[in-house]
Ligand binder design. Structure first.
Ligand SMILES: NC(=O)C1=CN([C@@H]2O[C@H](COP(=O)(O)OP(=O)(O)OC[C@H]3O[C@@H](n4cnc5c(N)ncnc54)[C@H](OP(=O)(O)O)[C@@H]3O)[C@@H](O)[C@H]2O)C=CC1
Ligand SMILES: Nc1nc2c(ncn2[C@@H]2O[C@H](COP(=O)(O)O)[C@@H](O)[C@H]2O)c(=O)[nH]1
Length: 328
């Protein structure tokens, strides 16, 4: 562990290879998860200020993966039914409290089995999560289970061994996360190295969660072992984003708060998240389109035609020098 190379997104640059395509539009950014193909290896975070039902429906209809948040518990069953009636993928989140076991039973009884369930817990390397993975797999085995979050190879292995179909890596690298300062723990500041460490132990897909600040970080995540990346802050500022719109000094902003913030919890207990304002930045589809183009360009620099080409490129560690004082 003490010999583990420690770096984060801003410390890494990928090294270009000879280009083999004639146009970036030839590069294929599609990815498969749970037997379904998606346009981009990117999923908006399952947080209340990032995703709501209209966004989920938009993403599913347009070939993008989504994970609905778990904070409107009663809405989940009707949501699954509505999506499936429309022929769309149902992808929801659950916690680990006792009533969530009843909810899984309810899904089975109602024959409303979602294609994807994400077990969404701060400290996912836990017996409570292992029990829930096993219960879902016993009760509704056809559901693809994503479990997390973890930050170590042991965490990945234990959740995979319990039956998780994919694991989510990232403890505390999020933009509205305060876990690292409140507890002293996590992968904040070395998320990319933690991803690499975890990916080496994984035998199933990994979703890198938190800390993505630029579109180039998506390519870097894939280089270091992620199949998907989960992103909050870059999706928080859209016209469609569910967060409250706020005007300050004549500028438009959107609220973005942590799932463990007091704004989410409604009380100041075990708070590990905060609220920030994110600059309003137009429409969701514009960001998805730009991410797609940037990832196509990354694939061309990797010297390939698809995401697999990113997984083998060389890289250099350039400690904190990527910005060189620049900004986008
Ligand atoms: N990715 C990340 O770094 C983090 C993400 N979050 C997000 O915040 C939300 C709330 O998470 P969470 O608090 O887990 O959800 P819940 O409030 O639903 O807690 C789930 C269960 O786990 C218990 N629990 C929570 N944290 C711990 C812990 N550190 N040790 C032992 N038991 C624990 C809780 O009990 P009790 O509350 O009594 O301890 C509760 O029974 C989630 O959406 C999560 O993704 C939060 C922090 C970090
Ligand atoms: N420590 C906390 N982490 C949180 C909280 N709410 C969400 N999250 C995690 O952050 C990512 C999004 O990160 P970003 O850098 O892309 O903005 C999200 O998917 C969760 O894993 C929280 O309250 N505390």
């Amino acid at each position: 562990m003490n010999n583990l190379p420690v770096f984060d997104y801003e410390d890494i640059q990928l090294v270009p290879n000879k280009c083999i395509i004639n146009s970036r539009s030839e590069a294929d950014t599609s990815v498969t998860l749970g037997g379904h193909s998606f346009k981009l290896p990117v999923v908006p975070a399952n947080m209340q200020t990032i995703i709501d039902e209209p966004i989920a429906e938009y993403l599913a209809k347009n070939g993008y993966f989504y994970v609905m948040h778990r904070f409107d518990e009663a809405a989940r069953l009707p949501f699954i039914k509505k999506m499936q009636e429309k022929g769309l993928i149902a992808s929801i989140s659950v916690g680990v409290k006792a009533y969530e076991y009843d909810f899984i039973d309810e899904l089975k009884a109602a024959q409303a089995v979602p294609e994807f369930i994400t077990i969404d817990i701060a400290h996912g390397h836990a017996d409570s999560v292992i029990r829930m993975i096993k219960y879902i797999k016993e009760t509704i085995p056809e559901t693809f289970v994503i479990a997390g979050n973890v930050g170590t190879p042991e965490g990945v292995r234990e959740l995979e061994n319990a039956g998780a179909d994919a694991t989510k890596v990232g403890i505390g690298p999020g933009k509205v996360c305060i876990t690292k300062v409140k507890t002293g723990f996590g992968t904040g500041g070395w998320q990319l190295a933690a991803l690499r460490w975890c990916a080496k132990a994984a035998s199933k897909p990994i979703i890198a969660d938190g800390g993505i600040r630029t579109h180039g970080d998506i390519a870097k995540s894939i280089r270091f072992g992620a199949t998907f990346v989960m992103i909050g802050s870059l999706f928080a500022g859209h016209e469609e984003s569910p967060g409250q719109t706020v005007t300050q000094d004549g500028e438009l902003y959107k609220e973005y708060f942590g799932s463990a913030s007091e704004y989410q919890k409604g009380e100041k207990k075990n708070v590990e998240g905060k609220k920030i304002l994110v600059k309003h930045k137009g429409h969701l589809q514009d960001t998805l389109t730009e991410m797609n183009q940037d990832l196509q360009s990354a694939i061309s620099y990797a010297g390939g035609r698809d995401l697999a080409s990113l997984t083998k490129v060389d890289y250099v560690i350039v400690k904190n020098s990527i910005w060189n004082g620049d900004s986008i």
